[in-house]
Design a protein around this ligand. Structure first.
Ligand SMILES: NC(=O)c1ccc[n+]([C@@H]2O[C@H](COP(=O)([O-])OP(=O)(O)OC[C@H]3O[C@@H](n4cnc5c(N)ncnc54)[C@H](OP(=O)(O)O)[C@@H]3O)[C@@H](O)[C@H]2O)c1
Length: 367
């Protein structure tokens, strides 16, 4: 990774000598050397405390590399949990956070010229690429070109969450037009993508959200996106509305804990629940009767693993092409979001970890 070539000591001495004269400039060139700015953390902990803005020298672009100027980068729960040190993957430190984002190619090495042009928009092929920085020098093989007509917020948010929704709807249970899928965390970015992709494919969705004071507004929003039914966690058990639907054979679990157990209870015999998140920070509990008498199955999904296993696989490009087409057809919108200037990253971090636990808009850093 490019970051590994930039040692902390170089950064510190660079900061000492140059900071005074470059204050406020996030990217600049002096004596033929390029400098960019990154968010970096050197210890795990509270993101608002451990993440800091730094400036560093960018490596010279070799023949296999490109210089990318970042345009927008998303703040996802996995980024926050990684910085906190509670995510499954712990990067070596210091590390630049950020799993997804969209950039623009500025400078190309010789071998990259067959694949990219200056001005092309790109997203990282790798997870944990470190998108929270103004510029990056990367191997061209680690980047995926995206069509120029894709809006910035869509490009910055399409790979992780809509990708997860797409794979979970496609890879676990054979679904046909008119079938029903149930999910919790339905207002998460993944949940909203599930609703929209499912609607575009002719699938019905039963969507479970947490109880909240203004739940009618949220319900209407998810129905407008294409959801079939939206229920709160306290409504699901006694809902008359659900009797109109055959039991779903696929359940998608973002929350785990009691909410995950409720999804399992709603499944058809031999139904499959795919767990992709643990937002409640509680384990999945499976009532014995559901295993014995209903033979329900538990599966997990992790986009990072899928991407590694399909690094250059045609299925990956096929998925992105499908998602871009849905976005073009206005069938897949990005989640509600705030565009936050890179310098105000602390605002983005604060909003991504609200004190009342109720998440608002997705935070997208813009450069
Ligand atoms: N496995 C994978 O490959 C994969 C890929 C993408 C995402 N994920 C995971 O999917 C989850 C959602 O990600 P996202 O980016 O879509 O999230 P997001 O847009 O930030 O939304 C977070 C969701 O979690 C809910 N939530 C937060 N705290 C909760 C709690 N204590 N109990 C119950 N629900 C809670 C929120 O509900 P409220 O609106 O009620 O607060 C909201 O629906 C995360 O766990 C993320 O790590 C996994």
């Amino acid at each position: 990774m490019v970051w590994s070539r930039v040692t902390a000591s170089r950064m510190v001495s660079y900061k000492r000598t140059m900071l005074m004269c470059t204050l406020g400039r996030r990217y600049f060139m002096t004596s033929g050397v390029r400098y960019g700015s990154s968010l970096v953390y050197s210890e795990y902990g509270d993101p608002e405390k451990v993440v800091q803005m730094t400036q560093q020298e960018l490596p010279v672009v070799n023949s296999k590399q490109v210089l990318v100027k970042m345009l927008a980068a998303t703040v996802n729960p996995a980024d926050i949990n990684t910085i906190q040190g509670v995510y499954a993957v712990k990067p070596s430190l210091p590390s630049i956070p950020g799993n997804e984002g969209i950039g623009e190619v500025l400078v190309l090495g010789k071998e990259a010229e067959d694949y990219f042009q200056p001005g092309d928009r790109v997203i990282p092929r790798l997870n944990a690429w470190g998108t929270w920085r103004t510029h990056a020098v990367a191997d061209f093989t680690d980047l995926i070109k995206i069509p120029p007509d894709i809006a910035l917020a869509t490009g910055a948010t399409i790979a992780v969450n809509p990708g997860t929704a797409y794979r979970m709807l496609k890879d676990f249970v054979p679904l046909k037009h008119g079938d029903t899928v149930i999910q919790n965390g339905a207002n998460s970015a993944v949940g909203q993508a599930v609703i929209q992709i499912a609607a575009a494919w002719g699938l019905k969705t039963i969507n479970v959200v947490r109880d909240r004071p203004s739940v009618m507004n949220l319900k209407q929003k998810l129905l407008d996106l294409g959801g079939t039914v939206v229920l709160t966690e306290s409504e699901i058990r006694k809902s008359e509305e659900l009797k109109a639907f055959p039991k779903p054979s696929l359940g998608l679990n973002c929350v785990s804990g009691k909410s995950g157990t409720e999804i399992l209870r709603q499944l058809a015999p031999r139904g499959v629940m795919v767990t992709y998140g643990g937002m409640s920070r509680q384990p999945v509990t499976v009532p014995v009767g559901l295993l014995i008498f209903n033979d329900v199955a538990l599966k997990g999904f992790w986009m990072t693993r899928w991407n590694k296993e399909h690094y250059n696989h045609p299925k990956r490009q096929e998925m992105l092409d499908d998602l871009f087409q849905l976005a073009r057809d206005d069938l897949l919108q990005p989640p509600e979001h705030s565009l936050v200037p890179f310098d105000s990253y602390l605002v983005a971090l604060k909003n991504a970890m609200p004190k009342d636990g109720m998440l608002g808009k997705k935070q997208i850093l813009v450069f």
